[in-house]
Design a protein around this ligand. Structure first.
Ligand SMILES: [Zn+2]
Length: 131
């Protein structure tokens, strides 16, 4: 059992999120509420919003530079095994996927969007996967 620092209620450890091997100080509902409040603050404040967007852009540009410098398949056609790897590792960080496939950060984003649209279209049409 652990006491949440926000709601002060004693709850089992399973009601607390984890960060690596550490257990969070906020219980899961309080943690969610905190994140929503924080997000609302950022969204409501143009200066903070711009700052967050700048950080995201900076991070994406750095990822793009790094993956591009290592890309061996830059502009190469996508193969079935590339797509299979993407589908099997859908939640893997984009940069890791890019480095694994020898492609750029941006090309992974574009390809994932394309695969997603394709599978949505196929699901709607009810046709077998013909890609
Ligand atoms: Zn709590």
């Amino acid at each position: 059992m652990k006491v949440c620092v926000e709601c002060k209620k004693e709850k089992p450890l399973s009601k607390f999120g984890r960060k690596g091997h550490l257990i969070r100080s906020y219980c899961i509902p309080c943690d969610k509420a905190y994140k929503l409040r924080h997000k609302a603050l950022v969204v409501a404040d143009p200066t903070r919003r711009r700052k967050v967007q700048d950080q995201v852009n900076e991070c994406q540009e750095a990822n793009q530079r790094e993956t591009r410098s290592k890309a061996t398949e830059h502009y190469g056609p996508w193969t079935e095994s590339d797509d299979a790897f993407l589908r099997a590792n859908w939640d893997m960080p984009r940069k890791e996927v890019a480095l694994h496939l020898g492609r750029t950060y941006a090309s992974i984003a574009t390809r994932k969007l394309k695969l997603k649209k394709l599978s949505e279209r196929l699901a709607k049409e009810g046709e077998p996967d013909a890609s």
